[in-house]
Unconditional design. Structure first.
Length: 108
């Protein structure tokens, strides 16, 4: 007895694209898959981006040293301004003393 294998019905592409009420089923499935992939992979990609962003950055010890150096530089700038004022005062005092001695020399 020869057993006959039933043949499948012919492929109808409209079954994937149209449902009974005309809604595109395949497009809905693709959009749902993309949405699910995005929802799943979004936090992973954000975490990976943050990790890559901090990998090349300076560590905390270097950052603290940089902050300390900038504070010292600000102090040096303030000291330079004070030294400039002191130089001006010293020049003024020297001129006053020189003027006070000039009349004494002229009268002798």
């Amino acid at each position: 007895m020869i057993q006959q294998v039933p043949t499948p019905p012919p492929f109808d592409p409209n079954l994937f694209f149209m449902n009974g009420d005309g809604a595109p089923v395949l497009v809905t499935i693709v959009l749902a898959a993309l949405l699910a992939t995005t929802v799943i992979l979004w936090p992973i990609m954000r975490a990976l981006g943050r990790r890559m962003e901090h990998r090349g950055g300076p560590d905390t010890a270097l950052r603290a040293e940089l902050q300390q150096m900038s504070q010292r530089l600000a102090e040096v700038d303030a000291m330079q301004a004070r030294i400039g004022e002191l130089e001006e005062r010293l020049d003024f005092a020297e001129r006053l003393l020189a003027q006070a001695r000039e009349p004494d020399r002229l009268h002798q």
